[in-house]
Structures are given as C-alpha cells and as structure tokens.
Design a protein around this ligand. Structure first.
Ligand SMILES: [Zn+2]
Length: 321
C-alpha cells in the first residue's frame, strides 16, 4: 500500500473525537480517537492529537494525505464554514476546527454537519450504496439527519438542512435546547430515552432495571435498556417500542415529503437493532402513503460508528477532485 492516496475523516461528537485515514475505496487504513468535553481548548486539543497521530503514521508509510473532511454536531454555515449553533457541544461555536486541521495537514479541508457526513458515508460505502435518494438518521446524544437527493448531499439554502431531530412531534412537549418545544429529540434521543425510563421506573418496580432508577444505584443507559430488552424484560421492550413509535411518526412525515429509496438508521441508540427498527417500520406503514412506504427500505447502518469518518473522507475525495 505504498504511495497510496489517502483521505482523512475527522468526526467530532459531544464526548469523543474520532479520526481515520481512508483510502480512495472507502476502506479505513488507520483509526484513532480521544475523549473530549465541552470546552474550546479541550475540543481543539483532542482534534489536534488525533490529526497529528494520523499525519505521522501516514508520513511513516509515505501515504500522501490528499484532503480531509471534518464533521461536527451542529449547524455549519455553508458559506462562512463557521459553526453557528451546537446545542450538544456549545464550545464548537467558539473554535475553528477545520482551520486547525488545515494548518496541521496543509491540504484542502472541508467542514460539515456530522449527520450529513455519516449520510455520505452510508451512501458511498455503506447500506445505501447505489441508491439515489436516501435519508440517514443518527439517534444518539442528539438526533441528526443527512439527506442525499438525486445522488448529492442536500444542504439547503444556508447549509443547515436535515435537522430531523428538531421536527415537532408533541406540540405540548418539553422545551428543547434549540428553543422549540416537543421536538423529536426531547423524547427519543439517548438521554431522553433514559429520562423517560427513569420516570416510569419510579412507578413500575417489576423491571430488572428498577434498581437503576434510584439515583446512585448504577448507570442507566440506552445500551443497558437495549440489553435488558434483548433478554426479554417487558419494561425495556415497552420503552423501545414507544421510542420507535415516536421516531416512526417523524420518519413517516419525511418519507411523505421526500419519497426516498431508503432510510438508514444509525447512532448509538440503534444498538437496540430490530427491537427499535420494527416499531419504526410499523409506525411508518400506519402513517405514510402506502406506495411510498412500500418502496422505501428502512434499515440499520452498515458502517456503524465509522460512518462519520468514512463519509468525511469520501466527501473530501469527491469535493476536491
Ligand atoms: Zn429542538
């Protein structure tokens, strides 16, 4: 693999920076990560460490890094390339991540919303390969989405398109970090699944999770709920079923709006697999136009947690030709 042309993908999430060297076929050659928190200095340091580590490995192997794509959990202005809002990692608004990466690599660098980047990864190398109209939805700390329209990433007028998690599903719902009320994210994101489970567990003590509802009794996470559901815990199954129903309502709306070939569901919460996927599909069948629902495949991500870094690298490959 000497002298192979290489692209770098950098994926910044609320808690971790992940970076990878990816070849032109979308295969990961090297990958690294570092924990971060919501502090401008910590974010930049995490990014710098990951990029330097990979830059040094690439130079040892004589792989020229052609270009890089950086994904961030926020609204990225397509014209100024600045992050204008990042409710799940506010420090991002104060820093210029792509500039730091460009200084370190001395190659073209683009910055993009993280879900857009993961959508591009699934579209070029993952579950949606070969499809033209695709919606990728990431359910994790927040809920984001990326839209591939006629084979191209759809960004909207300012670059902010795809804020699927902030579509209203409950007019009287809880306030959301975005300023609205009753967004899908206030019900179905990882932290909100845990919140709903905790609230119910105070009333329902029959679940194997009930000891975790008491503060300090251990960590209740979406992954833990999924694990208990897989072992047949009725309470955990019910929580996932309800979550799937809410996500399904929003997915049905977007299917009616865009008539996609495929909806790909990724993000940490999707470790629940079919236990969450099946109620989503059932709700879509109930609500979307039958012909559109029948045409649209709804699947889980193929690239999992690596969709972002692969997508970032592939978007850089296709942008800076
Ligand atoms: Zn919102």
């Amino acid at each position: 693999m000497d002298d192979e042309t290489i692209y770098m993908g950098v994926d910044v999430s609320a808690t971790i920076v992940k970076a990878a060297l990816v070849n032109a076929e979308g295969e990961i050659c090297e990958i690294t990560q570092e924990a971060i928190g919501d502090d401008p200095g910590v974010v930049l340091e995490g990014v710098r460490h990951c990029v330097e580590r990979l830059r040094d490995r690439a130079s040892e192997r004589r792989w020229p890094i052609r270009s890089a794509g950086v994904g961030v959990p926020g609204l990225v202005n397509a014209r100024t390339r600045r992050v204008e809002a990042a409710p799940n990692l506010p420090a991002l608004v104060k820093v210029n991540v792509s500039e730091v990466v460009a200084e370190l690599l001395r190659c073209p660098v683009l910055i993009e919303n993280d879900a857009n980047m993961a959508a591009y990864g699934e579209f070029t190398c993952g579950a949606a390969r070969g499809r033209s109209n695709v919606i990728y939805i990431a359910v994790g700390t927040g809920i984001g989405a990326g839209v591939i329209c006629e084979g191209k990433l759809y960004r909207g007028s300012l670059g902010f398109a795809g804020e699927f998690g902030h579509t209203t599903v409950d007019p009287e719902g809880l306030p959301c970090a975005c300023g609205n009320r009753g967004c899908l994210e206030t019900i179905a994101s990882g932290p909100n699944i845990v919140r709903r489970a905790r609230e119910r567990l105070f009333r329902d003590r029959s679940s194997s999770l009930s000891s975790l509802a008491i503060p300090g009794a251990g960590e209740l996470t979406p992954e833990r709920i999924a694990t208990e559901a897989l072992t047949g815990d009725d309470f955990s199954l019910m929580i996932l079923e309800q979550t799937g129903k809410w996500i399904g309502i929003a997915v049905a709306n977007v299917i009616n709006l865009l008539n996609p070939d495929m909806v790909v569901l990724g993000g940490g919460v999707m470790v629940a697999g079919e236990l969450l996927l099946n109620p989503i599909i059932a709700e879509v069948k109930r609500r979307a136009f039958a012909a559109m629902a029948a045409h649209c495949e709804i699947v889980t991500s193929l690239l999992g947690g690596q969709a972002g870094v692969i997508g970032g690298a592939m978007l850089a490959r296709d942008t800076f030709r």
